[in-house]
Design a protein around this ligand. Structure first.
Ligand code: FMN
Length: 188
């Protein structure tokens, strides 16, 4: 990808960007330049946080074998999560928009290993408690920044069913768990 990382995404009107940032679950597998990943993470660091403590840590997983490891766990947890909704969707009056979202979510689960970046947002605990309220604004900033630079992304948490295993595997210390938030990023 031959792009000017400093210039890209700097001219998107804010409200238009907010309105048009959607969960993108059909992602191209093309690699994303490291500097671009860094750029969207940097946007995350401008989020508000209690006491301005900025507890976030960003971990980008890009190696195919490691993405496969995450995807395998995500798929298992997702199958349990989606089963009742798939059942409910058999009803004739189930909204078509809901079925469309289910199809997209199923597609993401099936192709998660192909998404070029699995971006985990972890955070330091405070007095033993997670500071999730600070992490979610950071995640939203990352999603908006992805929109601005032309990357597709979606917020996922289903893998948290395997939370501690994934945190240990990511090499995160016990007082810096991923706390339910990660984004899957790819070229949209
Ligand atoms: C806290 C949270 C966790 C979510 N976890 C997942 C997930 O694991 N997998 C998934 O496909 N969608 C998940 N979603 C839903 C999507 O990321 C997205 O917000 C929703 O489908 C709305 O999409 P839209 O912005 O395109 O309307 C989650 C949303 C939130 C707020």
């Amino acid at each position: 990808m031959d792009i000017d990382i400093d210039a890209i995404g700097e001219d998107l009107p804010l409200l238009e960007g907010i309105r048009t940032t959607r969960a993108i679950r059909r992602l191209k597998p093309d690699p994303v330049p490291k500097a671009l990943i860094r750029k969207v993470c940097e946007a995350g660091t401008f989020a508000p946080s209690g006491g301005n403590r900025q507890p976030w840590q960003f971990v980008a997983v890009t190696e195919p074998a490691r993405r496969a490891w995450v995807a395998e766990r995500y798929r298992k947890a997702f199958a349990d999560y989606i089963a009742p909704a798939l059942e409910a969707a058999k009803a004739p009056d189930f909204p078509e928009s809901g079925r469309r979202m289910q199809r997209a979510a199923l597609h993401l689960a099936e192709h998660l290993h192909e998404a070029p970046v699995h971006l985990f947002v972890a955070g330091w605990t405070r007095h033993g408690q997670p500071q999730l309220q600070a992490l979610m604004p950071a995640v939203q900033n990352v999603l908006l920044a992805c929109r601005a630079v032309g990357l597709g992304a979606s917020l996922t948490t289903v893998h948290r069913a395997f939370g501690e295993e994934i945190d240990a595997w990511l090499g995160l210390p016990e007082n810096c768990p991923t706390q339910r938030s990660s984004s899957v990023v790819g070229s949209g």
